[in-house]
Design a protein around this ligand. Structure first.
Ligand SMILES: Cc1ncc(C[n+]2csc(CCOP(=O)(O)OP(=O)(O)O)c2C)c(N)n1
Ligand code: SF4
Length: 245
């Protein structure tokens, strides 16, 4: 029997928790890489966090120090401009500890594709509060619920970058909570990669992603939470496109 669909090049059995959105996003990125013909010429600049699980996949990876994937990706891209370079990070890595590197890479309009997983917590280390944690959300470091007057309010990195650096190529937010949004997110990721191929400059895609383990919800209820709680705080869509330039 002929195969009608196979795994994209480099995809391997992953080591994320069951129901985690990281695995879906990884699959989307790999499909896009292959569809764009870059399966033999790409490199991930990997964040510290659950992103590290990408080491279970095949391909080229550079393990950056925590928060430094924006700087590491810059170095790789400047050294190998022919290579498709993807900074793959969590919200804690890109926003909390790595904000300087993230903003400066965008400010310099580095020709990069940055994919950020927003799961509203520091997943790998046990679910601590991140800057994306929702108001009132209970985490291991906000046990009474996030008090925004004391801890600050949720931050919106794609909007922040789109509003601050109008010269970048692309800024968007997607979701992997259901099939429709997974397909829309794939289009966003593909645009971010195509922009890099076209030397259009910096592209960032944040993806709302379930973390069933630290949310203490089953995978389906985690997707419901994204739809019901996260969409009002984190609107989906494109905040900056090449056409706006
Ligand atoms: C310099 C440094 N500080 C802290 C840590 C501990 N640490 C490892 S992963 C992580 C949080 C990652 O959270 P996030 O970026 O949101 O990614 P997720 O795991 O949720 O995908 C932290 C604080 C570290 N490894 N290095
Ligand atoms: S801890 Fe959360 S983000 Fe990390 S692999 Fe598990 S479900 Fe995914």
């Amino acid at each position: 029997m002929a195969a009608i669909k196979t795994l994209p090049t480099g995809a391997n059995k992953h080591t994320f928790c069951p129901g985690c959105g990281h695995g879906i996003v990884n699959r989307l990125i790999r499909e896009c890489i292959e569809e764009l013909g870059y399966q033999d010429n790409y490199c991930f600049a990997l964040a510290v966090g659950c992103s590290c699980n990408l080491h279970s996949q095949k391909g080229d990876f550079f393990q950056a120090a925590h928060g430094r994937a924006g700087a590491a990706a810059t170095g790789i891209k400047r050294t190998r401009p022919d290579m498709l370079v993807i900074a793959y990070q969590g919200d804690g890595d890109a926003g909390v500890i790595g904000l300087a590197e993230t903003l400066n890479a965008a400010y310099r309009n580095e020709n990069l594709s940055v994919i950020i997983i927003n799961n509203t917590n520091f997943g790998m280390t046990g679910g601590q509060m991140s800057w994306t944690t929702m108001p009132g959300e209970v985490t291991t470091t906000s046990t009474a619920g996030r008090n925004c007057d004391y801890n600050g309010y949720p931050q919106h990195l794609p909007e922040m970058i789109a509003n601050s650096f109008s010269h970048i190529a692309y800024s968007a937010r997607g979701s992997v909570a259901d099939v429709k949004h997974i397909m829309e997110t794939k289009k966003m990721i593909k645009k971010a990669l195509q922009n890099q191929i076209d030397k259009a400059g910096y592209s960032i895609v944040e993806v709302l992603s379930p973390c069933p383990t630290n949310w203490h919800l089953d995978p389906l209820k985690s997707c419901d939470r994204i739809e019901n709680e996260l969409y009002p705080e984190y609107p989906l869509g494109e905040f900056k496109t090449r056409e706006d330039k």
